[in-house]
Design a protein around this ligand. Structure first.
Ligand SMILES: [Zn+2]
Length: 141
C-alpha cells in the first residue's frame, strides 16, 4: 500500500478513466507486486515519477509526495482484502471509481483521507484474521 500526500487540490488525467479532481489530503493505494523483481522493483518504480505512466497510480504519484510504503512478501495476493478493509473498517472513501481496479471486483484500490491515516490501525486490519500471514512492513519515504 502506498501512502501519498497531495499538498493542494488539482485536476489531473488518470489514463483512460478520464480527468478527476483530487482534493488536498492523503491517498492510500493498494496494489500487488508479483511482476519481475517483486516488491523491490515495484517500490523502486513508485519512488520515482514515471515519465510514461502505466498504472492509474502513476498519474497521481506524479503530482503527490510518496510518504509511506506498506508491504508484505506474502505469496498470496492481499490487495483486494486490504482494499475492502480500508473501505469497510476505516470507512475511507474512494475518490475515483475503478482506480487501480480495472481487472477485479473491487470498486477501487484508491482511498482518500483528509487527515493522516493511522498506520497502526491499518497494520492491525491488514494482519487481523490471518495470524499466519508474513509480517507487514512499513518504509517511510
Ligand atoms: Zn481489487
Amino acid at each position: 500500500m502506498l501512502v501519498l500526500y497531495c499538498k493542494r487540490g488539482m485536476d489531473i488525467p488518470v489514463g483512460k478513466l478520464g480527468n478527476f479532481t483530487f482534493a488536498r489530503g492523503w491517498y492510500l493505494y493498494v496494489g500487488s507486486a508479483f511482476g519481475p523483481g517483486g516488491v523491490a522493483a515495484r517500490c523502486r518504480h513508485h519512488r520515482q515519477v514515471s515519465t510514461h505512466p502505466r498504472w492509474h497510480i502513476d498519474y497521481l504519484r506524479a503530482v503527490c509526495d510518496l510518504r509511506e510504503v506498506w508491504f508484505t512478501h506474502d505469496p498470496v495476493p492481499r490487495e483486494h482484502l486490504w482494499a475492502k478493509r480500508l473501505a469497510s473498517k476505516l470507512k475511507l472513501q474512494s475518490p475515483v471509481h475503478g482506480f487501480g481496479a480495472s481487472d477485479c471486483g473491487c470498486g477501487s484500490h484508491l482511498f482518500f483521507s483528509a487527515v493522516k491515516p493511522n498506520g497502526k490501525r491499518f497494520l492491525a486490519l491488514a494482519s487481523r484474521k490471518y495470524p499466519a500471514e508474513l509480517p507487514v512492513y512499513c518504509e517511510f519515504v
